[in-house]
Design a protein around this ligand. Structure first.
Ligand code: SF4
Length: 227
């Protein structure tokens, strides 16, 4: 079996501090991709010359730089993510932005539409329940409905969200709180590049990182589902 890259276990992160060619292989951990996947790294570096990669990558990196400014001599972050999205959109000359949003985020979606509209973008938005199709029609057994099994319960429809945004030719699509898995289906179906503005966390106010820090949530995170 191929050795798994394990960057999350690396304490030195040489790649961050030194040019890859200058790091001695001896100091790299055994799970380091710079040690085990040199050919892949070389081949992938060349892909950045391709137009479809460059047209996203360069503006993304400019957006990254512009997210910081010197404030009283200290380099500090100065843009919330929604502002980064606006500035990135301008850099790639996007005209139309698509929102794929969760039914539980209608208020947030309306606010986002307002911000993007004021910034000069045309905005298309599609709610996850669009189509009004019962979950059972989408292949889900009725006992997996959240409410009563016998009652209509609209299924999230990420493939439709993607298709409708394709149909109107969006330049960027934005995920606003789609469920885990539905967001995956949305991501693999649209023609335009996808970014996430709000990641859904029903329990933690859409701030999933809290579960990693808080002892109060440790029990939930580590508990096993009883079957
Ligand atoms: S690429 Fe290598 S040096 Fe960089 S974080 Fe991963 S394991 Fe560490």
């Amino acid at each position: 079996m191929a050795t798994l890259p394990q960057c999350a276990k690396c304490s030195n992160t040489f790649c961050q501090r030194m040019h890859g060619d200058e790091v001695s292989k001896n100091v790299l951990p055994k799970f380091c991709p710079m040690k085990i996947s040199e050919i892949t790294i070389k081949a992938v570096t060349e892909r950045y010359g391709q137009e479809n990669v460059r047209k996203i990558y360069v503006p993304a990196t400019v957006t990254e730089k512009e997210a910081y400014e010197l404030v009283r001599g200290v380099r500090m972050a100065v843009r919330p993510r929604i502002k980064e999205l606006v500035e990135f959109g301008k850099l790639i000359h996007a005209r139309k932005i698509g929102l794929a949003f969760c039914a539980g985020m209608r208020d947030e979606a309306a606010r986002i539409v307002k911000v993007l509209g004021k910034s000069g973008f045309a905005v298309a938005s599609v709610l996850c329940k669009c189509g009004g199709i019962d979950k059972t029609k989408l292949g889900v057994a009725k006992e997996y409905k959240i409410g009563k099994a016998s009652k209509y319960e609209a299924g999230c429809n990420p493939v439709l969200q993607a298709q409708l945004l394709n149909d109107v030719g969006t330049d960027i699509n934005v995920i606003v709180g789609l469920c885990v898995g539905h967001d995956m289906l949305f991501t693999i179906n649209p023609e335009a590049p996808v970014t996430t503005l709000i990641v859904k966390d029903r329990l933690l106010g859409h701030n999933p990182v809290i579960a990693l820090y808080s002892d109060y949530h440790k029990g939930i995170v580590e508990s096993q589902k009883r079957t």
